[in-house]
Design a protein around this ligand. Structure first.
Ligand code: ZN
Length: 436
């Protein structure tokens, strides 16, 4: 109702201003984000610009676009307008199966309940489903969510079910994993190895084999092996350029930390970056420590991609949401443009989805409008909750998915209530009800 009223108002204004224009051409845009600071690293945009949307796509980005051309105008002054954020490490294969952990279990969360409120339009589930459980993941979550959900298949065919299932070398089949990926190009965008604690390299070897066959990267959650396996060997011998180490700033038993006891980033870690290995945050409930992140970033070792490792164990602890994790990096000195790049253009290129993560004309209109709040803030890590003070914090004002407003913190895209007619809303109630 409010949109229609606004439409009428703008049609009238446009009609006065441009008598010669036909009404259809007068308002080619469904939405105009006006006066925001556009950060679109892939397209080199960094400045105050207007962004117009039509037919669910980015229609025009320019220093000034006439407000009369749009049926809805959103004032974005003082805010940052960025591509819809991509979370490269989330767990959203939510289900109700007892003891199924992150594969149709209750530790994973439903995507739409977390994504849009943090400016995220794409969540990548890493390892929830394996080649055998992917059809259920697709039917249950991918096809029913408004959020764009992509998948890294677990090298374990059954997926990330926890316990013995994740130790079963007999259920790690490179050929069938690659076959499933080729059935869903662009939706399955990688392969995950996690939680294996045996002495063998086989899970990594098979994931890389499948990744080579299907032309996708692998992501490794490393550590916990008995006896320990070498992180240097993983990063510099086993992985290919473009493959991903997640939990970069972790210090857990059974995995070499990236910052050594002398406080220096290990030379073999720097060498791995040089050869193109991708370093992901993967904050989670136990994988982001100030004791690692502060010295590493002081030496310039910032992450390539910033992700949450979202699940019920991280969302109410130090991680919270993607904007909180991005705010940590901002307060550690990572420039805002680089923080945004890590969650947009860079994340998209890592998963070979270069259609995502930017505001190029003609791309699907996934947009986040963010505020950078200034003040006294505190951020806690995953070591049991050590605090670091900060002065900046990102907040999501508005999220647009395929041209539709899906999150609007302060009603910036809504009409004032006094302009809305006092008519009944929605459909008539059914004649018989069992609930009052
Ligand atoms: Zn994870």
């Amino acid at each position: 109702m409010s949109i229609r009223l606004q439409t009428l108002m703008f049609v009238t204004l446009a009609g006065v201003a441009a008598l010669d224009a036909t009404p259809a051409l007068a308002q080619p845009y469904t939405m105009l984000l006006k006066g925001g600071h556009v950060l679109d690293p892939k397209n080199g945009r960094d400045g105050v610009m207007d962004v117009a949307i039509a037919d669910g796509k980015i229609a025009e980005v320019a220093s000034s676009i006439d407000a009369a051309k749009a049926s809805k105008v959103v004032d974005a002054r003082g805010l940052y307008v960025v591509p819809g954020l991509i979370d490269l490490h989330a767990h959203v294969f939510h289900g109700t199966e007892p003891d199924a952990y992150l594969s149709n279990g209750m530790v994973a969360v439903p995507p739409d309940s977390h994504s849009f409120r943090s400016g995220q339009t794409t969540l990548v589930d890493v390892g929830g489903a394996g080649w055998r459980s992917f059809p259920q993941f697709k039917a249950q979550i991918i096809d029913t969510s408004k959020t764009r959900v992509l998948s890294f298949l677990n090298i374990v065919g059954a997926g990330m079910r926890g316990g013995p299932a994740e130790q079963d070398l007999g259920d790690m089949n490179a050929k069938l994993t690659a076959m499933r990926i080729r059935q869903h190009p662009g939706v399955i965008v990688g392969i995950k190895v996690a939680h294996f604690n045996g002495p063998e390299w086989d899970p990594v070897t098979r994931a890389v084999e499948a990744g080579t066959e299907a032309d996708v990267p692998v992501m490794i959650d490393f550590g916990g092996h008995t006896p320990p396996l070498s992180l240097d060997e993983l990063l510099n011998t086993r992985l290919r350029p473009g493959d991903i180490l997640t939990h970069t700033y972790a210090h857990v038993r059974g995995r070499h930390p990236i910052v050594n006891e002398q406080g220096q980033v290990e030379p073999f870690v720097l060498a791995a970056r040089k050869r193109g290995v991708i370093f992901d945050v993967g904050h989670g409930g136990g994988s982001f420590l100030w004791r690692q992140a502060v010295p590493a970033t002081r030496q310039g070792f910032f992450p390539d991609v910033i992700s949450t490792d979202l699940h019920t164990g991280s969302m109410n602890a130090g991680m919270k949401d993607i904007l909180n994790v991005m705010s940590k990096l901002l307060n550690l000195g990572m420039p805002l443009n680089d923080v945004i790049r890590a969650n947009t253009a860079k994340a998209a290129s890592v998963i070979k989805r270069d259609d995502l993560g930017h505001l190029g004309v003609g791309t699907e209109a996934d947009v986040a409008v963010l505020a950078v709040r200034k003040g006294d803030f505190g951020f806690i890590d995953s070591s049991g909750g050590a605090r670091m003070a900060g002065t900046q914090k990102l907040e999501c004002e508005l999220t647009i998915r395929a041209g539709q407003v899906v999150w609007d913190l302060n009603g910036r895209a809504a009409a004032d209530w006094t302009t809305v007619p006092a008519t009944p809303q929605g459909t008539a109630r059914p004649a018989r009800r069992t609930q009052p």
